[in-house]
Design a protein around this ligand. Structure first.
Ligand SMILES: Cc1cc2nc3c(=O)[nH]c(=O)nc-3n(C[C@H](O)[C@H](O)[C@H](O)COP(=O)(O)OP(=O)(O)OC[C@H]3O[C@@H](n4cnc5c(N)ncnc54)[C@H](O)[C@@H]3O)c2cc1C
Length: 401
């Protein structure tokens, strides 16, 4: 007889991955609790703007998508996880649509953009608030179900006990222990905390502090590529209100290019993320960069090349924010510089998103392997949907046995 609150499946984290896992576990018949550090809405996922990849183009296929992922990762990704990611992408999109996500359409199909490192147009968007739309739909579905929401529950320890797992939390009232047959870790990455340590800017939500990765490792879970952190090539550098903002990569998909102080294009603006960031760092190092009015290093992102019609459909939020700050990106180039953005590595998982510790699953940014050491844009939200679903279903299965 257990004397603490007890669930079949306990999910930690309420970003896209945790929500997808919680919804899937509940659909599979499990008694689910979703614990999160602050509020259900607080996460990186909701900040994601650009979009989500899935091979829907006539000239595209999950195999070509997988090749792009492997090449962008410099062959460091786990090919089995990549194959699952790309082959289940179309069904993950249909699942999100069924939950209420309305992807932008044009000419009778999805509006697809080509993102950095991709050989085909494959990026689906919901305007430039894709993460907001996905998390809202998932959250509403979770809230409409029978799952228990545990807001203001910050995980502090995870341990195995007789035939179950015990999670200890810091709560508003002190502390709480919760038992579960299976635990899904979906607490995201650590780039907010890492940027603070380095004295740099980050695109991340303040809850992206990475302690759950450490807790999992202490509990015995294996990790990989944790040193591989990703810079978003296009952090906002000026005005000051846009510093740390991630200018959607779709600006470059729709024609924006990077220029140096002489106005010259110095790199393939649609290269892989690490290559584009490295090119910007090198250009500034060579003295070919520009300085923001407050003295920060930068280069130009020439957004004046984006057709107004594309910008209005796919970049309305970005336009609104810059225009509110007195800059019209369709009339003048904007300052940009790479900014700390994403934890490429994480906890080792298998094809069911199970970690090396039995009964403990991981999905989303906290997991490693799907992107190797360099993630392509648009594959993180996809990973949350594909492996969040897999984790939820597998955790529910485990709870039944
Ligand atoms: C500005 C921005 C733009 C982006 N744009 C895109 C894009 O266009 N396309 C794309 O694919 N990806 C994009 N990404 C990346 C992507 O959004 C994230 O990597 C992904 O959404 C991570 O989802 P997650 O569910 O794993 O983690 P998060 O969404 O970060 O959620 C983690 C959750 O865990 C909680 N948590 C943390 N610690 C604890 C704890 N100790 N106890 C309990 N709960 C805890 C947090 O509060 C949060 O609810 C973007 C990221 C940012 C920041």
């Amino acid at each position: 007889m257990r004397d603490r609150a007890s669930f079949d499946v306990l999910v930690i984290g309420s970003g896209a991955a945790g929500l997808a896992a919680a919804v899937s576990a509940e659909r599979a018949g499990a008694l689910v609790a979703l614990a999160t550090k602050t509020t259900l809405q607080a996460c990186n996922s909701a900040k994601a703007q650009g979009g989500i990849q899935a091979a829907f183009g006539e000239d595209d296929s999950p195999e070509i998508h997988a090749e792009d992922v492997m090449r962008s990762s410099h062959d460091t990704a786990n090919p089995e996880l990549v194959q699952l990611l790309t082959s289940e992408a179309p069904s993950a999109i249909h699942w999100l649509e069924e939950l209420g996500v309305g992807f932008t359409r044009s000419n009778g199909g999805y509006r697809l953009a080509r993102c950095g490192g991709a050989t085909r147009k494959r990026l689906l968007q919901v305007g430039d608030r894709t993460g907001h739309a996905i998390t809202k739909a998932l959250r509403e579905r979770f809230e409409a179900g029978s799952g228990t929401e545990l807001a203001r529950h910050a995980l502090r320890e995870l341990r195995s006990a007789d035939s179950c797992l015990v999670a200890s939390f810091e709560t508003r009232d002190g502390s709480a222990d919760i038992e579960a047959d299976a635990v899904v870790l979906a607490a995201g990455g650590r780039c907010f905390a890492e940027a603070k340590t380095r004295g740099e800017l980050s695109t991340n939500h303040p809850n992206a502090t990475g302690e759950v990765t450490r807790i999992a490792i202490e509990a015995g879970v294996e990790s990989r590529d944790l040193d591989a952190l990703q810079y978003h090539p296009n952090g906002g550098a000026w005005p000051s209100t846009m510093q740390g903002y991630s200018i959607p990569e779709t600006t470059r998909s729709y024609g924006a290019v990077l220029r140096n102080a002489d106005g010259d294009e110095f790199t393939d603006s649609l290269g892989a993320r690490d290559a584009v960031s490295a090119a910007i760092f090198a250009e500034v190092e060579k003295g070919k960069g520009v300085q923001t009015p407050d003295g920060r290093p930068a280069v130009w992102l020439d957004t004046t090349r984006i057709p107004a019609a594309d910008a209005e459909i796919s970049l309305p939020y970005m336009l609104r924010r810059y225009r509110a700050a007195g800059i019209d990106p369709l009339a003048e180039a904007i300052y940009t510089y790479p900014v700390l953005h994403y934890q490429n590595g994480g906890l080792v998982i298998d094809e069911h998103a199970e970690t090396t510790l039995e009964g403990v699953f991981a999905c989303g940014e906290i997991a490693g392997g799907t992107h190797g050491r360099n993630r392509m844009m648009g594959n993180s939200l996809l990973e949350c949907a594909v492996f969040g679903r897999r984790a939820g279903e597998a955790a529910a299965r485990r709870a039944r046995t």
